[in-house]
Design a protein around this ligand. Structure first.
Ligand code: CTP
Length: 509
């Protein structure tokens, strides 16, 4: 049996793991039983390399957890609150939160880009197909049984006394081994026709097959044309899920071939697949990034402004994200102009201009900007700057007696900007500048010893950064994660080095 504590720590991204712990602590402080559920547990069990969003179930009220998170604390803050700006995975603030009283569920979007949904454990009593059910608070076991498929009906306890315990009352683990998708009861597609789409999408993504009975129930649902009976909310959720797929064009084409796409929205008869393919190509280079907004933008590219706005409101629930989605093109044009102006003459100026921008805007420019000046600056920011940040001599400074804190951050900031602008090129120059900024004298040279036989060729000075030696092919270089590039902070620095960095792993309602 798998050790889910180990799986969570090793398979979730550090940013996701941080959110799991943060929410688990909040639930524990409120005295609530709390579980990781749904797709994340399925993907941990199946060993998927990237786990997208996190769904949690709580025996009790999710609003309590939300309120706990919204109370100002050093590690969970809202933008604009006083205090040091969050600068790496350990620090995260609540970007946007949305409470849905109908489903007793809180959707939370963290500054690190992680999305989480915390729902009350519930039973769903359906009276009519396609109509929302009556919601009744329930235990985790009842909650798991109301879900769509057995492989999605597993939970991992996050209560401190039973953390890591897997609950799998319908043997979803067995289905994963058999690569099968099994609905939990005969009325599953009738109660919630959006499960027709969910099954097709999941089967395509994982390469799984519907189990025999499930296949029959599905046929019967299709014979009743239930795929056309989704509520607008279900349509929006399904479209959102498709746009979060690794290859949305593939899923959209499959649905279009079956004649089901317009059941999700009447305007989807004219999808621009080339644009979606372009974003899919970008996703290969940025596997940890959530390209949902770029996919949305590509999906609505051929539509009128009115149609775009309507679709955006249907699919995107967070107001900040909605605004960004609708203005990506305009913001990208503005930023391009600035990037080509005198405001961005030096690399450090470019850094100052780009670091407060939403990362998705930079990726948009990377996908679509035609000016090489814009492309080069964005590539430099995305690929080279993180290399410089990663090599800042934090440990060396500590070894010289500079303690973590504002002074160290100031020194690292200076070293960063000087490297960016080419004032520091080699590791010798870096070491010298570091000592001088820290107010530490150069070590006294050792007394001369008897000269040995000369080496044939003297080695050249080591550059401070291998990328200074020669231009790498930046497009082939691997980017670092979003979290290491959070905006508005001293570059690559963090306020306190007390918490050790964890090793990076590939990364409901
Ligand atoms: N769920 C359900 N019926 C639905 C929608 C969701 O039973 N119509 C349950 C499933 O248990 C699902 C969980 O809610 O696993 C979370 O839903 P969602 O986030 O939409 O999907 P995931 O299964 O997490 O899949 P993905 O990998 O696409 O995020």
């Amino acid at each position: 049996m798998s050790d889910y504590n180990f799986l969570m720590e090793s398979k979730l991204s550090p940013r996701q793991f941080r959110v799991v712990n943060l929410l688990a602590q909040a639930a524990s402080a409120e005295g609530l039983n709390f579980y990781l559920v749904g797709g994340a547990v399925r993907d941990l069990t199946y060993g998927q390399p990237i786990i997208r969003d996190l769904d949690f179930a709580v025996e009790g009220h999710p609003e309590k957890i939300l309120r706990h998170l919204q109370t100002p604390r050093p590690a969970v803050r809202r933008r604009g609150e006083p205090g040091p700006v969050p600068s790496h995975e350990d620090e995260v603030w609540l970007e946007e939160a949305r409470y849905d009283a109908r489903w007793v569920s809180a959707e939370i979007y963290f500054s690190s880009g992680v999305r989480a949904e915390v729902s009350q454990c519930r039973r769903e009593d359906y009276s009519q197909p396609g109509k929302p059910p009556e919601i009744v608070p329930a235990t985790i076991f009842e909650d798991l049984r109301r879900r769509d498929f057995a492989l999605n009906a597993m939970a991992v306890s996050l209560h401190p006394n039973s953390r890591g315990l897997l609950l799998d009352p319908t043997n979803g683990g067995g289905d994963i081994e058999r690569k099968e998708i099994r609905a939990l009861h005969s009325r599953s597609f009738i109660d919630d026709p959006s499960r027709i789409f969910r099954l097709v999408r999941l089967a395509q993504r994982l390469g799984f097959k519907p189990e025999e009975k499930t296949e029959n129930w599905l046929r019967s649902a299709l014979a009743q044309q239930l795929q056309n009976r989704l509520t607008p909310e279900q349509q929006g959720r399904e479209l959102e899920a498709i746009l979060r797929e690794e290859n949305p064009a593939r899923t959209l084409k499959l649905l279009a071939d079956r004649g089901w796409l317009t059941a999700l929205d009447r305007n989807l008869a004219r999808v621009r697949y080339e644009r979606l393919q372009k974003i899919h190509a970008l996703a290969q280079k940025f596997p940890e990034d959530d390209l949902f907004l770029l996919n949305f933008d590509a999906l609505v590219a051929g539509l009128s402004t009115g149609q775009r706005v309507r679709l955006a409101k249907k699919i995107i629930r967070f107001p900040g994200m909605l605004k960004l989605a609708l203005h990506l093109e305009r913001e990208a044009k503005k930023l391009s102009k600035h990037l080509l102006s005198s405001r961005a003459a030096s690399p450090s100026q470019v850094w100052k201009l780009l670091s407060p921008q939403p990362r998705i805007l930079l990726l948009y420019l990377l996908a679509y900007a035609s000016q090489s000046g814009v492309q080069n600056r964005i590539k430099h920011y995305l690929f080279k700057v993180p290399q410089i940040q990663a090599r800042l001599p934090r440990l060396e400074l500590q070894a010289l007696g500079v303690n973590p804190g504002p002074k160290m951050e100031e020194i690292l900031g200076r070293l960063f900007f000087d490297q960016l602008d080419g004032k520091i090129k080699t590791s010798q120059q870096l070491s010298k500048a570091m000592r001088s900024l820290a107010g530490i004298r150069e070590p006294t040279p050792l007394p001369p010893t008897r000269p040995r036989a000369k080496p044939k060729k003297s080695a050249p000075a080591t550059p401070a950064n291998p990328s200074d030696q020669h231009e790498t092919d930046q497009a082939d270089a691997r980017p670092t994660s979003r979290a290491s590039q959070k905006p508005g902070r001293p570059p690559g620095t963090r306020p306190h080095a007390a918490t050790p960095r964890r090793k990076k792993s590939p990364s409901a309602r």
